[in-house]
Design a protein around this ligand. Sequence first.
Ligand code: ADP
Length: 451
Amino acid sequence: MQCPNRRQLGLSDLPRVTQLNQCAKGHGAPKAKERDQKVCIRFKCAVMNTLTDVLRCRPGWVEVKDEGEWDFYWCDVSWLRENFDHTYMDEHVRISHFRNHYELTRKNYMVKNLKRFRKQLERDVGKLEAAKCDFFPKTFELPSDYHLFVEEFRKTPGITWIMKPVARSQGKGIFLFRKLKDIMDWRKDVGRSDDQKDDIPVENYVVQRYIENPYLIGGRKFDLRVYVLVMSYIPLRAWLYRDGFVRFSNTRFTLSSIDDHYVHLTNVAVQKTSPDYDPEKGCKWMIQRFRQYLTSKHGPEAVETLFRDIDNIFIKSLQSVQKVIISDKHCFELYGYDILIDQDLKPWLLEVNASPSLAASSQEDYHLKTCLLEDTLHIVDMETRLTGKEKRVGGFDLMWNDGPVSREEEGIDTSGTGNLVANTHLGCNNDRKKQLRQLFRSLHSQTKATS
Ligand code: ADP
């Protein structure tokens, strides 16, 4: 893939250097001497893909290799684990993960936190509010919850379950089953003594109720990949990206062949190994196309409700870890949410990814990801151009700012319920270039007026 130029990234009309003529260190108004210095933001990047293209094309940003000092590091989670606690970071430095991101992004921890949060809501607010957390399929951790799982299994004979290793991704190690004997290995583990358990560590899995009635398009199952950017947990400040995509399985859905991964797992990593996979064709839809498709089938009201329920998933899942995640001002995180929709138009949260794939599988995918990353960097704002009051930056809308954010233009809901209209636009028009042009122009003239 070629490095996109400024026009492709929607940057060509933005003020080029003035915004960067501030010292990268220290947010706030630059001192006169600093203003004259040319800004150089030193970045490191742990992966080689769309992200490197975007970082390298960003005006004033310079790549640092090996042990060189950096201001911005798009690190991988293993670097974080080994280095975060021993690394001193200046005020202005930013890195791409929160210290204990796994509280949300490991399948078992995510469910544990959601269950705890649900209980807390039931206690503090009531059953109705707690029921808003019922968006993840019934889940048990194995081997620790094996007995609880067996109890549940016996209560609901004949249904399908899915086993997923907690620390793997891309569909690896996943299988479906309907009989207890299919998970014998874990049953054996429950019977082992503690000494034996130390010898061969057992891989932890979650076992989850399989959604047997997924919404189908053209007979195929799919899930949604949606991007949420968290800039802070305390207070919770989260942005939702307008674009995302729908990932289809390559093979028509059926419950009669539960061993066929091409039918049941919608991961691109799985589907692209299918013999008739064509990346430019059938496997992905932009989320806008999906929203339009649903609207034509079910009408705008049903679709509004569905998308409101999806917003609820983002907020509740983030709130469930708000007090657990170490909120550090140096950290931000771009999450990839995986959401499945069933035939009743109910959305289910499958997983939250800390390192959503930024590799592109087609031109359209490349475009989406470069724009997403550009807008992420605008919000991270190493260049200190934003005022902090923005509700929209490019394709991102501020969805939560220590409380729900309402839409600027609409304000109060006219339905008579007094509810605010949420500032979320998933699957709506993403006129990011125009918005960025306006935003940076007005910021530029504000800066000029005050200098
Ligand atoms: P991974 O981290 O390996 O991608 P996921 O939890 O995202 O694991 O599951 C992989 C795929 O399996 C999903 O994209 C989805 O198609 C399918 N899947 C996972 N859990 C369920 C479930 N409970 N019901 C139906 N399908 C599921």
